[in-house]
Design a protein around this ligand. Structure first.
Ligand code: PHE
Length: 455
């Protein structure tokens, strides 16, 4: 092992940790995925179910990841080995690291699109923005260099180490993100016809809730909070014992949820103001529809640019956390230095992302001719396996591991450090029930839903 607990780096301040962890959670999941999943699942009613999932499933599970990380002061593999070494449970940590690499590989491709759309996101009047996006994503000579630029920036941030790199960047980037979003929202809600969008988004029609909507909301909540692949184990491992994990974790969930809700406020009023149907966008919603919406707005080219700068910033802080999980594994468990780990993992992940970059029109074979479990194209297959199945499986296994193997008694003791008297009695035992029973059962249901094609 290269580092001991004593010399392991730590976050410089509580605010630094909260901003960095919120930066991990807030990303393409909030701004690109949340609006289109909301649109496809009935608007306001979906938002209500999503909020319930965050509060009842994700929040209790988030505390488990943070407690496990801080207790062991390790990456996901080391954390599990510290409690149950030499057992197959260590493979769960391995699954986390593998999931991190694989999500990062295609996530970096979408981040590259966002980067490109800072300059290309404003289409001239009369141009079909769907066709325009199609030719943009299929041009390998554009999307591969963009993904490379994004990976280099991520490598540079992670290379800086915990305090110097991630924390310093997160402190600057997160408040900028919030301010930029408020500017776009102000523009969107003051458009004529915006009210209809607000109505769709904020006024729940509960008759739209069915099993599919509930499962979609649960899946989105997991992806959005960076849960199920050890990101919060790793970030928790850099926290000192005096830290109140419940308060810090609570803030992270609050910020992530707030940004997702704000993303909806940017998109739905504008969409309805332009007379578009909420279901029309799908995963391409922001890249295809918004530029066209911006085009007809006053200051449209500026708003478009601001929006995609914002999306790139959010994607960067999430990519940093994905890379950090993998790097912390190599730093803790092998003799590799931090710089060697960052360069090798970053470089390898970029190469692994190449087929994903080519799977949106660049290569006909990778785009159309391969399919697995109903997902067509290399990109969708990667997202299905690693973004859906693997996160749900990881979260299911980690909640069972913390709840039943490590034990809620130990976890509660860890959470009490920094939280003290506030985490005792009924509060602590209610949490234990959620972690041991509610989380595994519900997550198993999500996983079953994914496997059987309900989501
Ligand atoms: N939560 C991130 C987002 O919303 C994505 C992510 C998933 C990051 C899993 C880390 C781990 O974009």
């Amino acid at each position: 092992m290269a580092t001991t607990s004593a010399d392991r780096e730590q976050w410089g301040s509580r605010l630094g940790f909260i901003l960095a962890a919120a930066g991990s959670a807030i990303g393409l999941g909030n701004i690109w995925r949340f609006p289109y999943v909301t649109a496809e699942n009935g608007g306001g009613a979906f938002v209500v179910v999503y909020l319930a999932c965050i509060a009842l499933i994700c929040l209790p599970y988030l505390f488990a990841e943070l407690a496990l990380g801080r207790n062991s002061q390790k990456n996901p593999v080391g954390a599990i080995a510290a409690i149950k070494s030499g057992t197959p449970w260590v493979l769960v940590g391995g699954l986390c690291v593998l999931t991190g690499v694989c999500i990062l590989s295609y996530y970096g491709v979408v981040a590259g699109w966002a980067l490109g759309y800072i300059f290309k996101g404003f289409v001239a009047p009369g141009v079909d923005s769907a066709a325009y996006f199609g030719s943009f994503v299929s041009d390998a000579g554009t999307v591969i260099p963009l993904a490379a630029v994004f990976m280099v920036i991520t490598i540079l941030v992670v290379y800086g180490g915990v305090e110097e790199g991630i924390e310093r960047w997160a402190k600057v980037l997160m408040p900028v993100l919030l301010v930029l979003m408020l500017v776009v929202i102000f523009r969107a809600v003051t458009l004529p016809g915006a009210g209809e969008g607000l109505e769709f988004y904020l006024n729940p029609d509960f008759s739209k809730i069915d099993g599919t909507v509930i499962l979609a909301a649960l899946g989105q909540a997991f992806f959005s909070l960076s849960l199920g692949m050890g990101a919060m184990i790793t970030y928790g491992s850099y926290l000192p014992k005096r830290e109140n994990l419940l308060v810090s974790g609570g803030y992270v969930a609050l910020f992530d949820t707030a940004i997702a809700l704000l993303a909806g406020l940017m998109i739905f009023p504008a969409l309805f103001a332009m007379g578009k149907q909420p279901e029309s966008g799908g995963p391409a919603l922001i890249f295809q529809v918004l530029p066209e919406v911006f085009e007809t707005m006053p200051l449209g080219s500026f708003i478009s640019m601001v929006f995609f700068i914002l999306l790139s910033i959010a994607a960067l802080t999430s990519m940093v956390s994905l890379l950090e999980v993998v790097v912390s594994y190599f730093v803790d468990e092998t003799t590799w230095s931090r710089s060697k780990s960052v360069l090798l993992v970053g470089g390898f992940t970029f190469l692994l992302g190449l087929p994903s970059a080519l799977a949106n029109g660049g290569s006909t074979f990778l785009t159309e001719q391969i399919s697995l479990f109903g997902a067509t194209g290399f990109f969708s297959i990667m997202d299905f396996i690693w973004g859906n199945i693997s996160l749900a499986l990881g979260a299911l296994l980690i909640s069972v591991f913390v709840g039943w193997v490590w034990g809620t008694g130990q976890a509660i003791e860890e959470l009490q450090q920094g939280a003290g008297d506030t985490f005792t009695g009924a509060f602590a035992s209610t949490w234990a029930v959620f972690l041991k029973y509610v989380c595994p059962v519900v997550i198993a249901t999500i996983l079953g839903g994914i496997v059987f094609g309900v989501i």
